[in-house]
Ligand binder design. Structure first.
Ligand SMILES: [Ca+2]
Ligand SMILES: [Ca+2]
Length: 215
């Protein structure tokens, strides 16, 4: 780019229905040298065009050059069936069945967390982001479980981040003992909702209920 300090570059995506969306928008410069530019445009399921739109700088002459343009990672992967104890993601990759409905997104599109997860008993999965999922702290004089996020207020008593998002906004349950009343052997107890017994065939790999009650 040259004399493009006040110019702008837009990268747009136009779909087959003529709807255009902005993929990127950035200011120009006057570096007058080749630079690498990368932009992830994500997975687009219908035919599309990429449009590069330049708005010239206020000085004359402005110029922008483009070369070695590549769309990368766009080739559909060769379909290879998964092993029997693996789950097929839509992207054709395979993940271990144990990773289906385990809260974490393991498939690129996260479908392992949608696939038959509603078969799991209500409240059997809980990230504690939307409450306690009917887990209840037992009333005790010297201890209590509380819903918490970020570092615990007492030094050396708990994690600094939750285990779902790994950041200070994520919530988790924290067992807190009364600092003056605690004695060795005292308990902080949290009770779940009552779950119906799982189907007897939940351990069969081919069943939709496979591993559904693994905690
Ligand atoms: Ca998962
Ligand atoms: Ca959490």
């Amino acid at each position: 780019m040259y004399n493009m300090d006040k110019g702008t570059i837009k990268v747009l995506i136009r779909s087959e229905t003529n709807i255009t969306s902005m993929a990127d928008h950035f200011s120009g410069n006057s570096d007058n040298r080749w630079q690498n530019y990368k932009k992830t445009i994500g997975r687009i399921k219908k035919p599309f065009q990429i449009i590069i739109e330049i708005e010239e700088g206020s000085n004359f002459p402005s110029h922008v050059a483009v070369d070695n343009l590549q769309l990368k990672h766009c080739v559909r992967e060769t379909y290879i069936p998964c092993e029997p104890n693996h789950f097929q993601c839509e992207s054709a990759s395979c993940i271990d069945r144990n990773k289906v409905c385990d809260i974490y997104r393991d498939c690129p599109e996260g479908e392992d967390e949608e696939q038959s997860c509603d078969e799991i008993p209500k409240d059997a999965r809980c990230t504690f982001e939307d409450g306690m999922c009917n887990w209840v702290s037992e009333k005790r004089q010297d201890s209590v479980w509380t819903l918490h996020s970020g570092p615990t207020p007492v030094d050396r008593t708990g994690p600094t981040v939750d285990n779902t998002f790994k950041n200070v906004t994520g919530k988790y349950m924290w067992a807190r003992f009364h600092p003056k009343r605690t004695q060795l052997g005292h308990l902080a107890v949290m009770n779940s909702a009552i779950f119906e017994p799982p189907p007897l065939y939940h351990y069969a790999v081919q069943s939709n209920f496979y591993n559904t009650c693994q905690v």
